[in-house]
Design a protein around this ligand. Structure first.
Ligand SMILES: *Cc1c(COP(=O)(O)O)cnc(C)c1O
Length: 289
């Protein structure tokens, strides 16, 4: 049911050829139809844990376009546990693709105003939920916990090819943390920030001493889920050139950053790059409403 290890695919682009680098894509987007990409990496040990402990309910949180909620809802359906999604924002008049999907998977939804949402991870709020749903496992927004980090270390363990750079899109930085944890000292891990949260990422990720971790911070296109005409055109051109589709929230920004950095000489000639395709393609349907 899960395509693990995920394929490693070599692609050729004009910019990579000119920069004299090899470009490979680790296709975590192909792991699963609904629990795609890094979301399965982050959930694997959580699911294993709650199953072993006999916990029946998982509570987590996210926004209207959350790929994390999408994956958790699908996992609950597949592995047979109850899921509750705490949603940032009031119930919208029109439900987008992501919200419709998670409800259809059987996730219970709790819409909170942005102000209330800021306090949803407190004991006080979670105790209130407990009186309603019984005991549960609380997974922080974006699957950002140590079990998630551990699952993401396995991405590197699967790669047998020697390489110099591995690049990933960065939301909470959980995936980048796992990669940095597993990296050897001659491999540079590069996170492309898709929102303006550089400080937060630095706090969360950069405590793996002796590891070469970098952030590219100028490819967020205005912020989380902000999309420009230039980005849309890039996604289209990249698909034409490589045959690989991407989502506008995360991986289009990752591939754009790679394409641009190839042109500015960021990568050493003769080196091998791996781009991690973290999936999330269903997010495009959520954006275009
Ligand atoms: C959630 C997500 C990310 C961000 O992962 P983090 O571990 O939170 O940094 C990247 N790409 C896609 C497609 C995602 O859905």
């Amino acid at each position: 049911m899960f395509t693990i290890p995920s394929p490693l695919q070599e692609i050729e682009t004009k910019a990579a050829k000119q920069a004299k680098v090899r470009l490979l894509v680790k296709r975590d987007d192909l792991i699963h139809a609904t629990i795609s990409g890094n979301k399965w990496r982050k959930l694997k040990y959580v699911v294993e844990y709650i199953k072993k402990q006999g916990i029946h309910t998982l509570v987590t949180s996210g926004g209207y376009y959350s790929n994390h909620l999408y994956a958790v809802a699908a996992a609950g359906r597949i592995f047979n546990f109850q899921t509750v999604g705490i949603i940032r924002g009031e119930e919208p008049g029109n439900w987008n693709h992501t919200l419709s999907f998670i409800r259809q998977q059987g996730m219970h939804l709790e819409f909170l105003s942005r102000k209330e949402f800021a306090h949803h991870a407190t004991d006080e709020f979670l105790d209130k939920l407990k009186s309603h749903y019984g005991s549960f496992y609380f997974l922080p927004q974006g699957g950002a916990d140590m079990k998630g980090v551990e699952g993401c270390t396995e991405i590197l363990n699967e790669i047998k090819e020697p390489f110099d750079y591995l690049l990933t899109a960065c939301g909470t930085g959980t995936t980048l943390s796992g990669l940095c944890k597993a990296a050897t000292s001659n491999q540079r891990m590069v996170g492309v920030c898709v929102l303006k949260n550089e400080e937060e990422i630095r706090e969360n990720v950069f405590h793996f001493t002796g590891k070469d971790c970098h952030l590219l911070t100028s490819y967020h296109f205005g912020g989380y889920a902000k999309v420009t005409e230039e980005l849309k055109a890039f996604r289209h051109n990249w698909l034409q050139e490589t045959g690989i589709d991407s989502d506008l929230v995360y991986t289009s920004k990752l591939f754009y950053a790679i394409h641009h950095s190839l042109k500015t000489g960021y990568f050493k000639p003769g080196s091998t790059l791996i781009a991690l395709h973290t999936g999330g393609l269903q997010g495009n349907a959520g954006l275009i409403i």
